[in-house]
Design a protein around this ligand. Structure first.
Ligand SMILES: [Zn+2]
Length: 270
Protein backbone atom coordinates (compact mmCIF):
# COMPACT_ATOMS: atom_id res chain seq x y z
CA UNK A 1 0.00 0.00 0.00
CA UNK A 2 2.79 2.41 0.95
CA UNK A 3 4.46 1.88 -2.41
CA UNK A 4 1.28 2.69 -4.31
CA UNK A 5 0.84 5.93 -2.43
CA UNK A 6 4.45 6.83 -3.15
CA UNK A 7 4.01 6.10 -6.86
CA UNK A 8 0.89 8.18 -6.90
CA UNK A 9 2.70 11.10 -5.26
CA UNK A 10 5.48 10.93 -7.85
CA UNK A 11 2.95 11.00 -10.68
CA UNK A 12 1.35 14.07 -9.14
CA UNK A 13 4.63 15.95 -8.89
CA UNK A 14 5.61 14.98 -12.41
CA UNK A 15 2.27 16.11 -13.77
CA UNK A 16 2.40 19.45 -11.93
CA UNK A 17 5.81 20.25 -13.35
CA UNK A 18 4.40 19.93 -16.86
CA UNK A 19 1.75 22.60 -16.36
CA UNK A 20 3.41 25.63 -17.96
CA UNK A 21 4.32 23.90 -21.20
CA UNK A 22 1.07 21.98 -21.71
CA UNK A 23 -1.02 25.09 -22.48
CA UNK A 24 -1.53 25.53 -26.19
CA UNK A 25 -2.47 28.99 -27.41
CA UNK A 26 -5.44 27.71 -29.40
CA UNK A 27 -8.85 26.92 -27.93
CA UNK A 28 -8.18 29.01 -24.83
CA UNK A 29 -10.19 31.84 -23.36
CA UNK A 30 -8.40 34.65 -21.57
CA UNK A 31 -9.86 33.74 -18.17
CA UNK A 32 -9.06 30.05 -18.51
CA UNK A 33 -5.40 30.31 -17.78
CA UNK A 34 -5.23 27.38 -15.38
CA UNK A 35 -5.16 23.86 -16.82
CA UNK A 36 -8.12 21.55 -16.28
CA UNK A 37 -6.86 19.08 -13.68
CA UNK A 38 -7.89 15.55 -14.66
CA UNK A 39 -7.55 12.40 -12.59
CA UNK A 40 -7.65 9.54 -15.10
CA UNK A 41 -8.97 6.56 -13.13
CA UNK A 42 -7.96 3.27 -14.79
CA UNK A 43 -8.42 -0.41 -14.06
CA UNK A 44 -10.17 -3.35 -15.71
CA UNK A 45 -9.90 -7.03 -16.55
CA UNK A 46 -7.94 -7.37 -19.82
CA UNK A 47 -11.05 -7.07 -22.04
CA UNK A 48 -10.52 -3.30 -21.71
CA UNK A 49 -6.93 -2.32 -22.39
CA UNK A 50 -6.03 0.23 -19.73
CA UNK A 51 -2.35 0.19 -20.74
CA UNK A 52 -2.43 1.16 -24.43
CA UNK A 53 -5.72 3.06 -24.86
CA UNK A 54 -5.31 5.93 -22.33
CA UNK A 55 -2.17 7.31 -24.07
CA UNK A 56 -4.28 7.83 -27.23
CA UNK A 57 -6.59 10.24 -25.39
CA UNK A 58 -3.74 11.78 -23.39
CA UNK A 59 -1.96 12.64 -26.64
CA UNK A 60 -5.08 14.38 -27.95
CA UNK A 61 -5.47 16.31 -24.67
CA UNK A 62 -1.85 17.37 -24.90
CA UNK A 63 -2.28 18.54 -28.50
CA UNK A 64 -5.47 20.46 -27.70
CA UNK A 65 -3.74 21.98 -24.68
CA UNK A 66 -4.89 23.23 -21.29
CA UNK A 67 -5.07 19.92 -19.43
CA UNK A 68 -3.03 18.44 -16.62
CA UNK A 69 -3.52 14.67 -16.46
CA UNK A 70 -2.67 12.48 -13.48
CA UNK A 71 -3.31 8.74 -13.63
CA UNK A 72 -4.70 6.60 -10.86
CA UNK A 73 -3.84 3.15 -12.16
CA UNK A 74 -2.64 -0.28 -11.05
CA UNK A 75 1.17 -0.50 -10.79
CA UNK A 76 2.75 -1.78 -14.01
CA UNK A 77 3.90 -5.02 -12.32
CA UNK A 78 0.36 -5.83 -11.17
CA UNK A 79 -2.60 -7.15 -13.23
CA UNK A 80 -4.68 -4.41 -14.92
CA UNK A 81 -7.61 -5.12 -12.60
CA UNK A 82 -5.59 -4.92 -9.37
CA UNK A 83 -7.90 -3.13 -6.94
CA UNK A 84 -5.59 -1.47 -4.43
CA UNK A 85 -5.17 1.91 -6.15
CA UNK A 86 -8.95 2.34 -6.20
CA UNK A 87 -8.92 2.81 -2.42
CA UNK A 88 -7.51 6.29 -3.11
CA UNK A 89 -10.96 7.30 -4.38
CA UNK A 90 -11.97 7.68 -0.73
CA UNK A 91 -9.53 10.63 -0.47
CA UNK A 92 -10.64 12.48 -3.62
CA UNK A 93 -11.22 16.19 -3.03
CA UNK A 94 -12.56 18.93 -5.25
CA UNK A 95 -9.55 21.11 -4.37
CA UNK A 96 -7.21 18.55 -5.97
CA UNK A 97 -8.98 17.88 -9.28
CA UNK A 98 -11.51 19.41 -11.65
CA UNK A 99 -12.61 16.22 -13.42
CA UNK A 100 -12.36 12.50 -12.71
CA UNK A 101 -12.31 10.47 -15.93
CA UNK A 102 -13.21 6.79 -15.39
CA UNK A 103 -12.10 4.03 -17.75
CA UNK A 104 -12.73 1.22 -15.31
CA UNK A 105 -14.68 -2.04 -15.08
CA UNK A 106 -15.77 -4.49 -12.41
CA UNK A 107 -14.74 -3.05 -9.10
CA UNK A 108 -16.59 -2.39 -5.87
CA UNK A 109 -17.12 0.90 -4.07
CA UNK A 110 -17.25 1.09 -0.30
CA UNK A 111 -19.24 3.72 1.56
CA UNK A 112 -16.24 6.03 2.04
CA UNK A 113 -15.53 6.02 -1.70
CA UNK A 114 -19.20 6.58 -2.54
CA UNK A 115 -19.32 9.50 -0.11
CA UNK A 116 -16.12 11.07 -1.49
CA UNK A 117 -17.29 10.83 -5.12
CA UNK A 118 -20.71 12.28 -4.27
CA UNK A 119 -19.08 15.11 -2.31
CA UNK A 120 -16.67 15.77 -5.17
CA UNK A 121 -19.63 16.36 -7.47
CA UNK A 122 -21.64 18.36 -4.97
CA UNK A 123 -18.62 20.62 -4.51
CA UNK A 124 -18.63 21.40 -8.24
CA UNK A 125 -16.32 18.71 -9.63
CA UNK A 126 -16.96 16.78 -12.82
CA UNK A 127 -17.11 13.05 -13.53
CA UNK A 128 -16.63 11.65 -17.03
CA UNK A 129 -17.48 7.99 -17.53
CA UNK A 130 -16.15 6.20 -20.59
CA UNK A 131 -17.71 2.92 -21.79
CA UNK A 132 -17.13 0.39 -18.97
CA UNK A 133 -17.69 3.13 -16.39
CA UNK A 134 -21.30 1.91 -16.33
CA UNK A 135 -20.09 -1.54 -15.28
CA UNK A 136 -17.40 -0.24 -12.95
CA UNK A 137 -19.23 -0.70 -9.68
CA UNK A 138 -22.19 -3.03 -10.38
CA UNK A 139 -23.13 -3.32 -6.70
CA UNK A 140 -23.15 0.41 -6.00
CA UNK A 141 -26.58 2.04 -6.24
CA UNK A 142 -24.90 5.36 -5.46
CA UNK A 143 -22.67 5.09 -8.53
CA UNK A 144 -25.63 4.05 -10.69
CA UNK A 145 -27.52 7.17 -9.61
CA UNK A 146 -24.49 9.44 -10.11
CA UNK A 147 -23.86 8.08 -13.61
CA UNK A 148 -27.55 7.66 -14.44
CA UNK A 149 -27.47 4.01 -15.51
CA UNK A 150 -25.92 0.59 -15.19
CA UNK A 151 -24.63 -1.66 -17.97
CA UNK A 152 -26.80 -4.72 -18.63
CA UNK A 153 -25.09 -6.32 -21.63
CA UNK A 154 -24.17 -6.29 -25.32
CA UNK A 155 -24.11 -8.77 -28.19
CA UNK A 156 -20.66 -10.32 -28.77
CA UNK A 157 -17.98 -8.36 -30.60
CA UNK A 158 -17.79 -4.88 -32.06
CA UNK A 159 -19.96 -3.59 -34.91
CA UNK A 160 -20.20 -0.54 -37.16
CA UNK A 161 -22.68 1.62 -35.28
CA UNK A 162 -24.46 4.73 -36.52
CA UNK A 163 -24.67 7.47 -33.92
CA UNK A 164 -27.19 10.31 -34.08
CA UNK A 165 -26.84 13.52 -32.12
CA UNK A 166 -29.90 14.10 -29.94
CA UNK A 167 -28.96 17.66 -28.89
CA UNK A 168 -26.73 19.40 -31.46
CA UNK A 169 -26.92 22.70 -29.52
CA UNK A 170 -25.15 21.36 -26.43
CA UNK A 171 -21.49 22.49 -25.90
CA UNK A 172 -20.36 18.84 -25.82
CA UNK A 173 -21.79 18.09 -29.28
CA UNK A 174 -20.68 21.41 -30.82
CA UNK A 175 -19.28 20.62 -34.27
CA UNK A 176 -20.00 16.88 -33.94
CA UNK A 177 -21.94 15.49 -36.91
CA UNK A 178 -23.73 12.12 -36.87
CA UNK A 179 -20.98 9.51 -37.21
CA UNK A 180 -20.22 5.80 -37.55
CA UNK A 181 -17.96 4.03 -35.08
CA UNK A 182 -16.85 0.42 -34.61
CA UNK A 183 -17.74 -0.45 -31.05
CA UNK A 184 -19.81 -2.58 -28.70
CA UNK A 185 -23.55 -1.88 -28.55
CA UNK A 186 -24.11 -1.35 -24.87
CA UNK A 187 -27.48 -1.76 -23.18
CA UNK A 188 -28.35 -0.18 -19.84
CA UNK A 189 -30.93 -0.09 -17.13
CA UNK A 190 -31.52 3.45 -15.97
CA UNK A 191 -31.63 5.05 -12.55
CA UNK A 192 -34.68 7.10 -11.66
CA UNK A 193 -32.84 10.39 -12.11
CA UNK A 194 -32.74 13.16 -14.72
CA UNK A 195 -30.50 12.61 -17.74
CA UNK A 196 -29.97 14.93 -20.67
CA UNK A 197 -29.43 12.73 -23.74
CA UNK A 198 -26.88 13.95 -26.30
CA UNK A 199 -26.48 10.88 -28.50
CA UNK A 200 -28.23 7.64 -29.45
CA UNK A 201 -27.78 4.62 -31.69
CA UNK A 202 -29.68 5.16 -34.94
CA UNK A 203 -30.38 1.43 -34.86
CA UNK A 204 -28.81 -1.59 -33.18
CA UNK A 205 -27.08 -4.41 -35.09
CA UNK A 206 -29.69 -6.80 -36.62
CA UNK A 207 -28.90 -9.57 -34.11
CA UNK A 208 -29.55 -7.29 -31.15
CA UNK A 209 -32.73 -6.18 -29.42
CA UNK A 210 -34.22 -3.41 -31.57
CA UNK A 211 -36.55 -2.36 -28.77
CA UNK A 212 -33.78 -1.67 -26.27
CA UNK A 213 -33.32 1.94 -25.22
CA UNK A 214 -30.95 3.65 -27.69
CA UNK A 215 -29.40 6.25 -25.32
CA UNK A 216 -25.61 6.05 -25.20
CA UNK A 217 -24.33 9.58 -24.50
CA UNK A 218 -25.80 11.84 -21.82
CA UNK A 219 -25.14 14.36 -19.08
CA UNK A 220 -26.31 14.78 -15.50
CA UNK A 221 -26.09 17.55 -12.96
CA UNK A 222 -25.44 16.60 -9.35
CA UNK A 223 -25.22 19.43 -6.80
CA UNK A 224 -22.88 22.00 -8.31
CA UNK A 225 -21.18 19.24 -10.28
CA UNK A 226 -21.57 17.70 -13.71
CA UNK A 227 -21.50 14.15 -15.06
CA UNK A 228 -20.87 13.15 -18.67
CA UNK A 229 -21.20 9.52 -19.78
CA UNK A 230 -20.35 8.04 -23.17
CA UNK A 231 -21.01 4.32 -23.63
CA UNK A 232 -18.66 4.20 -26.63
CA UNK A 233 -14.98 3.37 -26.12
CA UNK A 234 -14.38 -0.38 -26.10
CA UNK A 235 -11.18 -0.52 -28.14
CA UNK A 236 -8.67 1.21 -30.40
CA UNK A 237 -11.26 1.73 -33.20
CA UNK A 238 -13.29 3.94 -30.89
CA UNK A 239 -10.40 5.72 -29.15
CA UNK A 240 -8.91 6.69 -32.51
CA UNK A 241 -12.23 7.89 -33.93
CA UNK A 242 -12.05 11.72 -34.25
CA UNK A 243 -15.77 12.16 -33.42
CA UNK A 244 -15.34 10.10 -30.26
CA UNK A 245 -12.23 12.08 -29.33
CA UNK A 246 -14.06 15.41 -29.84
CA UNK A 247 -17.00 14.25 -27.70
CA UNK A 248 -14.74 13.08 -24.88
CA UNK A 249 -12.56 16.21 -24.85
CA UNK A 250 -15.57 18.53 -25.02
CA UNK A 251 -17.25 16.35 -22.39
CA UNK A 252 -14.27 16.78 -20.06
CA UNK A 253 -14.37 20.56 -20.59
CA UNK A 254 -18.11 20.73 -19.95
CA UNK A 255 -17.75 18.57 -16.82
CA UNK A 256 -15.07 21.01 -15.65
CA UNK A 257 -17.66 23.81 -16.12
CA UNK A 258 -15.42 25.28 -18.81
CA UNK A 259 -17.32 24.29 -21.97
CA UNK A 260 -15.79 25.15 -25.32
CA UNK A 261 -15.48 23.64 -28.76
CA UNK A 262 -12.07 22.22 -29.64
CA UNK A 263 -10.52 21.14 -32.90
CA UNK A 264 -9.16 17.60 -32.82
CA UNK A 265 -5.76 17.41 -34.54
CA UNK A 266 -5.67 14.99 -37.48
CA UNK A 267 -3.72 11.82 -36.73
CA UNK A 268 -0.68 11.55 -38.96
CA UNK A 269 -0.93 8.63 -41.36
CA UNK A 270 2.20 6.62 -42.05
ZN1 LIG B 1 -16.06 -3.14 -23.84
Amino acid sequence: MKRIIALFAITLVAASSLVPISNAADNKKADDTKPVRILFVLGSPPFHDIRTLPPILEKVLDQVGGFQVTRLEPPKDKPPDDPEHMLKLADIKRSDYDVLVFYTSRYELNELQERALTQFLEDGGGIVGIHGASLSFPKSKVWMRLLGAQFTGHIPGTHPLNIVIADPKHPITAGVEPFTITDEEYKHKFADVDRHVLGRFRERPPSSDQNANMDIIWTREVGKGRVFYCALGHGKDAWENPSWQKLIVQGILWAASRPREVQIPKTETK
